[in-house]
Structure formats: C-alpha cells, structure tokens
Design a protein around this ligand. Structure first.
Ligand SMILES: [Zn+2]
Length: 520
C-alpha cells in the first residue's frame, strides 16, 4: 500500500502548455497563436466520416449514466441530499394518483451542487493561484468564448474504455447549457497534431506509453515516466483578446493509469477520472483548481488518493462553476472578476417532484423531478432497483407488450414549469417501444403545475420517441434510438420496483428538460 501511495502521490495530470491558448477557468493571455491557424484542407478531406455502427451509442452524448446506490437506481441528481424530498417543498398536490411537489430548496452544505456566487468566484479564482504555482503558463488567465458545440472523436480503444469516454461525455453534458453540449462523432484513424484538429472537434487518444504523443510534449527525464497520466488542452482563436475555443485534444497513457492503481478493478474508475479531467481541459478549462482548498475537485493537478467513483459534475462545485463560467463575457481576467460578473446568481433552485406509489404494495415505486437553477434544468429519476433483468421478469413472460402510464414534469428553456402525460410502451419480443408524452402544458416560471387543461399548450403538445432496451446487463436502461419518427431530443430511463412496476427517466429536448415517471 505504501508503494501505491507514493506512486499516487507522484501522479500529475497536466495540460499541455506549449500548444494552446486555452483555459476556460480562463484562457491564458498566451502569446501562442499557432492555434489560430486553419488546418490545411488536405487534412480535412482525407478524413472519412463513418457513422457509429452501434445504434445505441449515436445519441448517448445527451443521455445519463445510470447510477446505483444500494438497493436504489437513478439518473441525474436523484439520491439523498442531491434533491429534496416531497415534504421539503412548500406546495404539494395530488392528481390521478401522482403526488406533485414544488418550491425552492437547496442542500444546506451544497451536496446538490448548489453554491453561492461568492463560493463560485473563490473556486474560479483559485485557478489563477494554482496556475501561478505551477508556473507553466505566464500571464493572467482569462475567460473564453466556448465557441461552437464540439464533437468528440476518439482513436482505437477497448469497449470498456469506450464506455468510460461516453460516461465522461455524459457527465460533462449534464452540467453544460444545452447549446454547448458535446456530441459523439466517428472513430479516428490517426493521431493528429493539435493544430490539424478540425474546428468543432475534440480528439481523445488512449495510448500504450507516450512514444507517439506530440513532439511538443516532453517529460522531465528525471521523473518517473508514469508521473503523467494524461494531457489535455484546447485550441483557441485569440480574437482581439477574446479567445474562442475551436477544438481540443486529450492524450492518456493507459499503462501509466493502470500502474497508478493497486488492482485491476480500480482501473476503470481511475481511467474515467483521467478522461473526465482531460476532457474538461479539451473543452476549454485550461487550468487547475487549487488542490489544497478544493481537494475533491475533478480539476486537481494531481491524484492524491484512490477513488471509488468519479463525482458527477451536476452535484459538484466543478459543475456549478463550469455553468457560471459560461455566463462571464470572454476576455476577462480571472483575478479581477467580481460577483457581478456572474450575473444574477441563485443558490436555491426551484424544484419539481412527482411521486407514484405502487397500488399493489402502497410503497413508493417511482420518484422523478427537476431543479431549475441559474438557467440550467437538472432532471432526475429514482426508484427501487429491480431484482433482475426485465428480460427475466416472470410477470412479463408470455406477454406481448407492457405499458407504463404516468406524468412528465420539467422546464422549458426559459424555466417555465412544464407538465404532461407520459406513456412508455415496450414490445417484449424485441425490447423496442415508444416513449410518448402528450397534453404537455407550460405554466409560469417558479410556478406549481395546475390541473390538466388549465395551462398553456407547449408547442404542438406532444413528443414521441422510439426507444429500446440495450442488452448489456449490469445497468439496464432504455434509451431513445435515432428514428425519423422521433422528435428532436433524447430520452433515457430505467425500470424500478422489484418487478419493473415503474419506468422513470428524463427527456431532453432543445426547449424542454424534464423527468417522467410511470407505472404499469
Ligand atoms: Zn490537468
């Protein structure tokens, strides 16, 4: 264990310094302008775009990683302290067997990710302090324009590493404004030097050793070669002192990551952490948080202890600060920022909850809801975990289809409360089906949903998605699959209750971010 400790202590996660003018915690006022260069068209033409062959993965960028906590399963900030209970909220009503609650709430010590403007500002400013300490980039960190939404592409990786990259993307997306969310692109054939990465792309490579990393990256020869687990950086166009992020890259040494943990079973968590960390650099956060003040940040420069899980950004100070940084105009010195630069900032969020009991057992089988805070909706879904796979549910054997009925609640892009009906239908032969939401109405901002028909119709009032249940065992979920018959957006959900009595999940549409819960 001592050996491991000393190795862990020595691990650094670096961002490359010689290549970028990145930094979203700020950018550096870097004198580097090679990133402004346009890649030769020859390089872009050579790339061939091949769509993903695995249908379930083509839209995962906006779905949510399934979380399991003891006997419960959920998506998003669904667990204790991450969201309120029904009786924490000021308004409770019941409608067609479903309890609805609404009101303002935040966890007193921020376990839901909520933070005051002062706390956010202190965190962001710690990037400058840490940058000075690391003494790798001279000058002041400045805020950036995050530019067009980026497509993440990666080179040849194992299936496990691919899943970890997807988890990292899902994690980052859950904390980003909808317009900035990352998409998943086609596989990369080769490693391009950063200046050739096309605008709008982030490239991730997981390599054996660092032999083929960019020439610009040099390790200190006196150091342990395993010291560096990965590097990441963003390319920025320093438009008149207001850098705009064009693209980014992350390189990770799988051997060093493997040797940084004592047993193989810790490899995946460690690798997911490194990918998430480097992806944040690639996205445009080009600096580290002060590890003394913020030891649990994903942006610490050095991993000091072994992790059991990667913290979700949507319940962390990292995530809330990432959101805040998007509100600050580009080109501002980090060290001169004041609370006013964050704009109107709320610590408490407006909360919506729906709760459904199983009529057979009278115990709660599904809870779902969403927080709206500082312009971002964070939907969640929760319930008791089923005992086995839905394919082995004795109650469903011999049936052709199963249907779950319930409700949807959430917010429009502007934060207006939204409610509607939810119906999940599943064909039990091929495990595909439909998620259908109708009678969707909107209410005011921070308003409890009223009785059906009394609100304003939202758009054409319904949303429909073709869904499927991927046969991948451990964390069973249903997800929307690309289909011409589906509306814009993404659905992801899980079944709850010992016998899959409940179905709950989230739907993310450009103008709607909501959770749904239903029972069969
Ligand atoms: Zn780093």
């Amino acid at each position: 264990m001592n050996t491991m400790k000393s190795i862990s202590l020595a691990i650094l996660l670096l961002l490359t310094t010689s290549l970028t003018a990145s930094c979203g915690g700020g950018g550096s006022s870097s004198n580097n302008d090679n990133s402004a260069r346009t890649p030769p068209s020859r390089m872009s033409e050579k790339r061939t775009e091949t769509p993903f062959s695995i249908v379930f993965e083509s839209n995962v960028g906006l779905s949510r990683t399934v979380r399991i906590n003891g006997t419960n399963i959920g998506l998003g900030p669904a667990f204790r302290h991450e969201r309120p209970q029904l009786n924490d909220l000021s308004t409770n009503t019941s409608r067609t067997g479903i309890w609805f609650g609404s009101g303002t709430w935040s966890d007193p010590i921020g376990r839901d990710g909520s933070a005051t403007a002062q706390r956010i500002l202190s965190f962001i400013k710690s990037f400058q302090r840490q940058n000075d300490r690391e003494n790798r980039q001279s000058g002041d960190l400045i805020t950036v324009d995050f530019g067009v939404p980026k497509t993440v592409r990666f080179g040849r990786v194992s299936q496990n590493e691919r899943n970890l990259i997807i988890r990292a993307i899902e994690n980052l997306n859950s904390a980003l404004p909808y317009r900035n969310r990352l998409r998943l692109g086609s596989e990369l054939e080769s490693l391009l030097s950063p200046e050739y990465i096309p605008e709008g792309e982030i490239h991730i490579h997981i390599t054996n050793g660092k032999g083929n990393w960019f020439q610009e990256f040099h390790e200190d020869e006196n150091d342990n070669p395993d010291r560096v687990l990965g590097i990441g950086g963003a390319l920025a166009n320093p438009d008149s002192g207001k850098p705009r992020i064009l693209g980014g890259y992350a390189l990770i040494d799988r051997g060093s990551v493997r040797r940084s943990v004592p047993t193989n079973d810790l490899y995946s968590t460690q690798m997911e952490f490194v990918i998430t960390h480097e992806l944040l650099h690639a996205y445009g956060i080009g600096a580290h948080a002060d590890p003394n003040q913020y030891p649990s940040s994903i942006l610490v420069p050095e991993l000091r202890e072994l992790l059991r899980s990667v913290p979700p950004l949507y319940t962390s100070l990292d995530g809330e600060s990432l959101l805040a940084i998007h509100n600050i105009s580009p080109g501002r010195d980090i060290s001169s920022l004041t609370i006013q630069d964050l704009g109107p900032w709320e610590k408490n969020g407006f909360q919506l909850i729906g709760s459904i009991d199983d009529p057979r057992s009278s115990s709660m089988v599904v809870e779902f809801g969403a927080t709206f805070r500082n312009g971002l909706s964070k939907p969640w879904a929760w319930g008791p975990r089923p005992n086995h796979s839905i394919r082995n549910n004795p109650e469903l054997s011999g049936m052709d289809t199963a249907t779950w009925n319930g409700s949807l609640i959430g917010y429009t892009r502007r934060g207006q409360t939204t409610s509607g009906d939810a119906t999940i239908t599943l064909n039990l032969e091929n495990y595909s089906g439909q998620a259908f939401f109708d009678e969707i109405e909107t209410w005011g901002v921070s308003v409890h949903p009223g009785s059906q028909g009394a609100g304003q119709r939202w758009q054409d009032g319904d949303l429909s998605y073709i869904i499927a249940v991927p046969n991948n065992g451990a964390s069973e979920r249903f997800v929307s699959v690309p289909d011409q018959k589906s509306d814009l957006g993404i659905v992801s959900g899980v079944f709850t209750g010992t016998l899959h009595t409940g179905a709950t999940g989230i739907v993310e549409h450009p103008d709607l971010s909501a959770a749904f819960g239903a029972i069969r």
